[in-house]
Structure formats: structure tokens, C-alpha cells
Design a protein around this ligand. Structure first.
Ligand code: SF4
Length: 280
């Protein structure tokens, strides 16, 4: 454990220079292929999976380095058959937020994740529009029905559920109706997150969303099988190629190395040779 890194990261988290959450990209494949997907995820794309053992190693190092939480995202994390057990083990290290499209919560999966209701694991589900047709247009047929069925089932079983809404600017008037909907499903305003479509990945190819550069994105160390990135909006895929403009370093072992490089950048110090993120 690096005491110097712990001191640096803890200070940066306390003064909100850097997020206390360490993001892990569990995989890149998905059962959907949304029109604005940052990672061009789809059923048959390369999986780019972080091995479960590697995720646990990172989680084990994260707490002693000063991280306060973990985020798991993809792709669709619940396509991994080891995810329920993995989340349980990750939560033994730090509180976990797992992002999902909410379409895979069959009775069997709900039974498998039941133990997570007693652990610090929150489930964040994407829901974009208050009506099925609009919602499914950018996501997938039947997405809305599956999501609004899954959310109350999870809430009833005691899981902490959050809803993430990705909006195009012109959708803003729909927000009030969407808020009525998420409240009716048992999710409070406090657990409803709204963000714009970010013009990266498939959204970039489709000319959708807002441009975001490093200064628009909070520093949140994000580890994938390819390296460590500035933010979970960093390791995107465009035209089948991984975007490296927000790559911090390819080296993630030990995790302290990547943390120090992120902090160097966040504190405005010149990046080292191993750094391709030009944010000076
Ligand atoms: S936006 Fe999420 S649900 Fe949609 S294809 Fe991408 S990873 Fe899958």
C-alpha cells in the first residue's frame, strides 16, 4: 500500500478534485445496441472483459488507497454469469454501484442477486423516456416494458435502485412526466440522475449529443482491460476502435501507479511519457 498515494487521493477526494469512486469496465458486450451507446456495445462486439479475479484485486487495493466506492459498468455487466457473486465480493471491499440496462432481471437472476439487498450495492437502471415508443426508439424494442417491470421488483426485494436518464436537448419537456413515472415505480428524486447524450462512440457516428472534453468530465479513475482512463466516459469505442484521448495510462498494476498519474493530471502537473491525455 502506498501511504503517499493514500494521502494524495484522500485529500483530492475530500476537496472534490477527484471522485472517490473507482470505475471498472466489466465487459463491452451488450444484449442491446442503443443508438447513442458510448462503447458501440452490441451482442457480438469484442467482450474486452476484466477478469473477475482482476476486478477483485483492484477492489482490494482501492480501499487502502483512499477510494470510497466502486462502480461497475460496461457494456451490460449482467451478461456476465459470474456477476452476482462478483458484486457480493466487491461489496466486501467498498460500496458498489452497478449500471445496467435493466432488461435481464428474470426471476432466476432476481433470486441470484437477492443477497445483494443486504449489502452496499446499488443498481442503476437506464430509463430515458416516459412513453414506450419514444424510449424504445433509441434503445431497443420492448426495452421500456422490461425496465418498468424490473424496477418495482428490485425495489420490492429491498435493492437500492437508481434511474439514469440520458436526454437529447429536445426531450427536456418530457422530464416532468418521466419523474412522475420513476416516483410511481418506487424511486425517489434523489436517486434519479439526468445527463445529456455525450457525443462519443455511436452517438458521435450518429451526430448526436454534446461534445465533452476532459474539462467537462470529472476525474473518476476508470479501469478497463486496456488501461486506466480519466472518466467512465473515456474508454469509448468509435468505428470499432478504442478511443485513447482520455487514456491516463496503460499500466494499472499496481493500482497506485494509475492513481498517481490521474492525480498528476488533475493537479495540473505535466503528464509523464506514459500519458496520452493532453489536458494541460
Ligand atoms: S447504452 Fe448501455 S444498454 Fe445501450 S448498448 Fe450501450 S451498453 Fe448496452
Amino acid at each position: 500500500m502506498s501511504t503517499a498515494t493514500l494521502t494524495r487521493l484522500s485529500g483530492a477526494v475530500t476537496d472534490a478534485t477527484v471522485s472517490g469512486r473507482l470505475w471498472l469496465y466489466s465487459n463491452y458486450h451488450c444484449n442491446l445496441a442503443c443508438a447513442y451507446c458510448l462503447t458501440e456495445s452490441a451482442p457480438k462486439v469484442p467482450r474486452r472483459e476484466l477478469a473477475g479475479a482482476r476486478m477483485l484485486e483492484l477492489a482490494e487495493q482501492a480501499g487502502p488507497l483512499g477510494f470510497t466506492g466502486l462502480g461497475v459498468t460496461g457494456g451490460e455487466p449482467f451478461l456476465r454469469t459470474d456477476l452476482p457473486e462478483l458484486l457480493r465480493e466487491l461489496a466486501g471491499h467498498l460500496p458498489v454501484l452497478v449500471l445496467t440496462n435493466g432488461t435481464l432481471f428474470t426471476r432466476r437472476l432476481l433470486d441470484r442477486i437477492a443477497p445483494l439487498a443486504d449489502l452496499p450495492v446499488a443498481v442503476q437502471i437506464s430509463l430515458d423516456r416516459p412513453e414506450a415508443d419514444d424510449n424504445d426508439l433509441l434503445r431497443a424494442p420492448d426495452n421500456f416494458r422490461k425496465v418498468i417491470q424490473a424496477i418495482p421488483r428490485l425495489v420490492e426485494r429491498g435493492h437500492e435502485v437508481r434511474i439514469a436518464t440520458t436526454l437529447l436537448a429536445e426531450d427536456a419537456p418530457e422530464l416532468a412526466r418521466l419523474c412522475d413515472l420513476h416516483r410511481s415505480l418506487g424511486v425517489s428524486d434523489e436517486h434519479h440522475l439526468v445527463r445529456p447524450v455525450v457525443r462519443r462512440g455511436r452517438a458521435s457516428t450518429g451526430g448526436m449529443g454534446v461534445l465533452a472534453v476532459d474539462t467537462d468530465l470529472a476525474p473518476e479513475l476508470t479501469v478497463t482491460v486496456d488501461g486506466a482512463f480519466w472518466s467512465p466516459f473515456g474508454p469509448t469505442v468509435t468505428a470499432g476502435v478504442l478511443d485513447v484521448d482520455l487514456l491516463v495510462t496503460r499500466r494499472t498494476d499496481p493500482l497506485a501507479y494509475a492513481v498517481d498519474r490521474l492525480l498528476d493530471l488533475a493537479e495540473g502537473r505535466p503528464p509523464g511519457d506514459d500519458n496520452v491525455l493532453n489536458i494541460r
